[in-house]
Design a protein around this ligand. Structure first.
Ligand code: AHR
Length: 502
């Protein structure tokens, strides 16, 4: 075993011992003992962690990541480590075909606009089946709760250059608001800035402020994207992601504002080297598309970013969310250091006493439901649709976390692994996976009683918590919520009988 692995194993062992001590000493597990610093390890998720945006607000951390689907999600936790076990909640779902799909790069900013202090949730989205129609959109919150509710506020675009646009972010300079985003110009995906008259309206033409010119910006594809503003001691920077997101050389670059008109390219000086990049010795590849947040006591600066854990990782849901503290160089520029290895214990932010509730994700039991419908067939989802199949690829589509019922802990809820916020629920007679919207009605529809198997008492059947006598079964060839009575046939009973197996 190489030194790094030995070091990590020793450090992880020390964390486990510390956790055991902390938990035995502290009244509530998941919190370190009084006065002890919190501890956490990366990643904050095991799937669907790309393009993370993380904010600490009013005593709570909020995290959103790219879903690539038709809904926007957000997790919350009082401790950074607790985000690992947090279940993302549905923020917004879209059915308008022009902007229904491929939802990327969520960012939520608290801004004082014409409607007062509101959260503005920026994201990229487009139409189904293509990425050619990606544009930038924004939601507005009803109040100052980051979880919303939100309403769709509009598509943000420069009417003189209304084309492909992604990765929107906000820059505040003095009392002026600027829109940052990425768009193609010929073979270069480049960074643009535009003035804003309010948090949802561009009030002037876009200006190109950075294009991929150095070799480290042109690996795979020529790309500058994911711009994020950062300020320190009156100095303003834009940290951005460079090169193709599906390469291990995806990295962070830096523009420094030199005081001129921010709507002029000459006002932004590019640092000639990446400021945060792959660390093979730490097993971190393609670190990028970041955000920034501060510790609860406001004394520390932290970066949140995604990365792959191997050099063949792509630009997909296998990217996971990582966090680490950073400091400043003598000249005031950020020193992000080296990406930390997964599993390496790091001190939680100052003022955060959280400890890993789940030091190793593998500890969460994973189950499959083998069906009686035909030999070696398993309950599985394909996107949100539920069926039974023999060959399930990827097998994770048929693997689930079985947790205490959302509506009654004596029952169970069944949560998808690779659709992190999705639960098995009934909607009418349909059985499908859907993201929790946090309501009691959703909880009831996603809670199931495990009963003795209707066709074999050694197996199980899943009865709807809120609809006694109706079970997950099969009707007209598809999985459905079916009423089972004494008149039901043996086939109907077999269609509603499963084995829950690891
Ligand atoms: O991860 C989805 C998109 O891929 C991100 O919005 C962008 O930064 C990258 O190109």
């Amino acid at each position: 075993m190489n030194n790094r692995k030995l070091r990590n194993r020793f450090m992880l062992l020390s964390v486990v011992i510390l956790l055991m001590l902390a938990v035995t000493m502290s009244p509530i597990s998941g919190q370190s003992a009084d006065g002890q610093p919190g501890i956490l390890t990366n990643p904050l998720n095991i799937y669907g962690g790309a393009d993370p945006w993380l904010q600490y607000y009013d005593g709570t951390y909020y995290l959103a990541t790219t879903t690539g689907r038709s809904e926007l999600l957000m997790s919350k936790s009082e401790t950074l480590a607790g985000l690992k076990a947090a279940i993302p909640q549905l923020i917004y779902a879209e059915i308008d075909p022009s902007r229904c799909c491929n939802m990327w790069a969520p960012e939520f900013h608290l801004l004082a606009g014409p409607n007062g202090l509101r959260w503005y949730y920026y994201y990229s989205a487009g139409s189904s089946g293509t990425l050619d129609n990606q544009r930038t959109h924004v939601l507005e919150s009803a109040g100052i709760d980051p979880l919303g509710p939100y309403t769709y506020k509009g598509r943000i675009f420069d009417s003189t250059n209304d084309g492909w646009a992604i990765d929107s972010s906000i820059l505040t300079l003095g009392d002026a608001l600027y829109f940052l985003f990425s768009s193609w110009v010929g073979g270069n995906q480049s960074l643009f800035i535009a003035p804003m008259s309010d948090p949802w309206t561009i009030s002037g033409v876009r200006v190109l402020i950075s294009e991929p010119e150095y070799a480290w910006e042109r690996v795979g594809l020529n790309v500058n994207e994911g711009p994020v503003a950062l300020t320190n001691e009156g100095q303003t920077y834009i940290i951005y992601s460079a090169s193709y997101c599906a390469t291990p050389d995806y990295a962070l670059g830096m523009l420094t504002y030199n005081g001129g008109d921010p709507l002029q390219r000459t006002s932004w000086d590019k640092h000639p080297e990446p400021v945060f990049a792959r660390a093979d010795a730490e097993g971190v590849f393609g670190p990028g598309h970041n955000g920034f947040f501060q510790s609860p006591d406001g004394t520390e600066n932290w970066i949140v970013y995604h990365a792959n854990d191997n050099d063949e990782g792509g630009c997909d849901d296998r990217r996971t969310t990582r966090v680490q503290r950073f400091t400043w160089n003598a000249d005031g520029t950020p020193d992000f250091g080296t990406p930390v290895a997964l599993g390496e214990p790091i001190a939680a932010p100052a003022g955060d006493v959280g400890i890993d509730p789940v030091p190793e994700f593998a500890q969460l039991p994973v189950y499959r439901f083998r069906s009686m419908i035909y030999d070696d067939s398993y309950l599985r989802h394909t996107d949100v649709y539920v069926s039974v199949a023999v060959t399930v690829d990827p097998v994770v589509d048929s693997q689930f976390y079985v947790i205490p019922g959302l509506a009654d802990p004596a029952a169970v809820s069944i949560r998808s692994i690779n659709l992190p916020s999705y639960f098995l629920r009934h909607e009418g007679n349909s059985i499908l996976f859907a993201p929790s919207d946090g309501t009691e009605a959703f909880a009831a529809s996603a809670t199931w009683w495990r009963r003795d198997g209707l066709a074999n008492s050694d197996w199980i059947s899943l009865e709807a918590f809120d609809q006694p006598g109706r079970f997950i079964g099969k009707q007209f060839g598809i999985m459905a919520l079916v009423a089972i009575t004494e008149n039901s046939t043996q086939i109907m009973r077999e269609d509603a009988t499963f084995i829950q197996e690891p």
